[in-house]
Design a protein around this ligand. Structure first.
Ligand SMILES: [Zn+2]
Length: 381
């Protein structure tokens, strides 16, 4: 206890505006000598893999139990909860408000990113964890400036301000990002070439394809399409799986903990399009990336994997098919719905994701799992 007390004193003197407990976890970690427990799952920094199926709720996940020969990887989860996805402005959220709830721990208005309901900037989980030394990464099939990934680093009143969002990516200090959206960086109305700016910041950039992470001391950025990547049933390769693998290769090289968000972006688009083939292709693709994450958790006990959706799209269900032994997909809208969304968790602190709660609670549960008292955080940034 003496050591804890001393640490608190030091923090007070330094005048750092972070919670005492958080500092304790980062700077004053006590490691018992000669004990295998010293490096146990509970004392080592947390790795977080947060996978978001955009527009994915129970109906979409159910397809993986009926349209595959082999068992769904979702069967591996034992800790399952449900979230209410409503935003501060609408019962039925959009991806911007839902992403903001995940990223900031508070519900806000539809279309806004990283702002409180009264439009004030709110710290995101990325900046909070970065202040603790965590590495951070974002992967999306859509543009990296699109609502879901952007909610983790941008602060704008409207999600369509993608050129402004691209500028804010330069301030985000990510260690790895992969997605589309090249045009928002190098074909801009203001003539700036932000792609070159990222190169100037030391990023190993690629606009052609996923290359292997070979130098983990570098930061990696992939902008692989003018806007979003192609849909899976229109020829997208195994981008999501490969980007997840490369992100983990890069982020896990550091032993300071990491936060990786991976978005299966077009499950939502398939719901809007009420397109069965599109839906199944995107869900299968998401499962492939999920299998990579599950394998990682299996061998890294200090890792927490959370899989959820930001909202449901399409009012989709798996119903009767033409034959007695068949099923078919049905959509009752081309819009988002207010359906409850399942949350699947595995790994360290996974049991805290059981039960019913709000989408914004995921942020608080992650920080708690990381040992950070988020209610006392005031970032100067
Ligand atoms: Zn949508």
């Amino acid at each position: 206890m003496q050591l804890i007390h001393k640490c608190h004193k030091t923090v007070k003197k330094a005048g750092i505006l972070l919670s005492l407990t958080a500092i304790f976890f980062q700077g004053c970690q006590v490691k018992p000598e000669n004990s295998a427990k010293a490096e146990s799952a509970d004392s080592s920094p947390l790795n977080v893999i947060f996978m978001i199926g955009d527009g994915m709720a129970t109906g979409q996940v159910t397809t993986m139990f009926y349209y595959k020969e082999e068992p769904s990887v979702f069967e591996q989860f034992k800790e399952i909860g449900f979230i209410n996805t409503s935003s501060s402005s609408n019962k039925v959220t959009d991806s911007a408000a839902a992403g903001t709830a995940f990223a900031t721990g508070q519900k806000s208005f539809n279309r806004g990113l990283g702002l409180s309901p009264d439009s004030l900037p709110v710290p995101t989980i990325l900046t909070i964890l970065q202040a603790k030394g965590y590495q951070t990464g974002l992967v999306s099939i859509g543009s990296i400036t699109h609502a879901t990934p952007a909610s983790f680093y941008a602060k704008v009143t409207d999600r369509d301000m993608e050129e402004s969002i691209a500028e804010q990516l330069l301030e985000a200090d990510l260690d790895f990002f992969a997605g589309g959206g090249l045009d928002f960086f190098n074909k801009r109305k203001d003539g700036q070439d932000l792609y070159q700016s990222l190169v100037g910041q030391g990023y190993q950039m690629d606009s052609v394809g996923m290359s292997r992470v070979t130098d983990t001391s570098r930061k990696y950025g992939y902008l692989l399409a003018p806007n979003g990547l192609p849909a899976k049933h229109k020829g997208r390769d195994s981008f999501l799986k490969e980007a997840t693998e490369q992100a983990l290769a890069k982020l896990s090289a550091s032993d300071s903990g990491f936060f990786l968000m991976v978005e299966g972006s077009y499950i939502d688009w398939a719901g809007h399009a009420r397109d069965k083939e599109f839906m199944l292709a995107e869900m299968l693709d998401f499962e492939e990336a999920l299998a990579v994450a599950l394998k990682y958790v299996d061998t890294h006990e200090n890792t927490l994997l959370i899989v959820t959706g930001d909202h449901e799209t399409g009012g989709m269900s798996v119903g009767k098919g033409a034959q007695i032994d068949q099923v078919d997909l049905y959509f009752n809208t081309d819009q988002h719905t207010a359906d409850l969304v399942p949350v699947f968790a595995i790994g360290r602190a996974a049991d805290s994701f059981k039960g019913f709660y709000q989408n914004s609670d995921i942020f608080h549960k992650i920080l708690k799992a990381a040992g950070i008292q988020n209610d006392k955080i005031e970032l100067v940034k």
